[in-house]
Ligand binder design. Sequence first.
Ligand SMILES: NC(=O)c1ccc[n+]([C@@H]2O[C@H](COP(=O)([O-])OP(=O)(O)OC[C@H]3O[C@@H](n4cnc5c(N)ncnc54)[C@H](O)[C@@H]3O)[C@@H](O)[C@H]2O)c1
Length: 248
Amino acid sequence: MFEKSVVVVTGGAQGIGEGIVRAYAQRGAKVVIADVNVELGHQLAQECNEQGYSALFVEADVSKEQDIVALMQQTIQHFGTITILINNAGKFEHVSPYDITVAQWHNLLQTNLTSVLFCSREAAKIMRTNELGGSIVSLASTRAFMSEPYSEAYAASKGGIVALTHALARSFGPDNITVNCISPGWIETGDYEQLRAIDHEQHLVGRVGVPEDIAQACLYLTNPANRFVTGINITVDGGMTKKMIYEE
Ligand SMILES: NC(=O)c1ccc[n+]([C@@H]2O[C@H](COP(=O)([O-])OP(=O)(O)OC[C@H]3O[C@@H](n4cnc5c(N)ncnc54)[C@H](O)[C@@H]3O)[C@@H](O)[C@H]2O)c1
């Protein structure tokens, strides 16, 4: 299904991004791991290649325009084209809205939201020259729709991704490029065994999520058979945001 695909995964060195990299590699795609974490990025690319898959690590800070341009150029030089972009890189910060500085706000928005626009711009320039077209998927969050205290910049960045998704889907549609986003709920990227029963029970499906749950949604949204799907957000949260909780 993905043998002809060249996939760029930002923030692909660990966590959800790593799960996405493995899912595409296992399905025959050529995968570019773009990350600031050089050690883990190289390690994952090497592991994939030793298993007979095709992966390349590119050091890139997606909050920097010049790194984004260089990332896409290196992808073209190595694999010839780009058919899928997964905008996964992102970070979270707890800061009180009483204390947040302009610099903190801009820094988080630059990493989580501005990067999505400019990675999409550079990838789409290549995708529109492909016979197969292209697919862009960005990682938003259920925090685009609900909040804990002190998460204003993160929530705004993820809400921005949901809006940017339908805007880009509209603009890139005529060039045969689909644009969608995924809102993960609680996806455990650390030690799953440390989770408590109460953590699992707050999900309708009875468990906390894992990176593979998000990878499955990426595969769906970038499957050439599903090109009728564009401009949408898919919530992948085990039903956590649908569970009404009253105090007992
Ligand atoms: N884990 C969750 O529960 C959850 C829930 C909702 C949304 N998300 C979103 O999913 C995405 C992945 O989350 P995760 O939990 O795997 O995070 P993570 O922190 O485990 O991994 C993020 C990766 O992105 C990389 N990265 C960070 N800033 C970067 C930059 N400027 N340039 C390039 N790479 C950069 C990091 O080095 C790391 O490899 C993020 O966008 C996050 O906001 C995660």
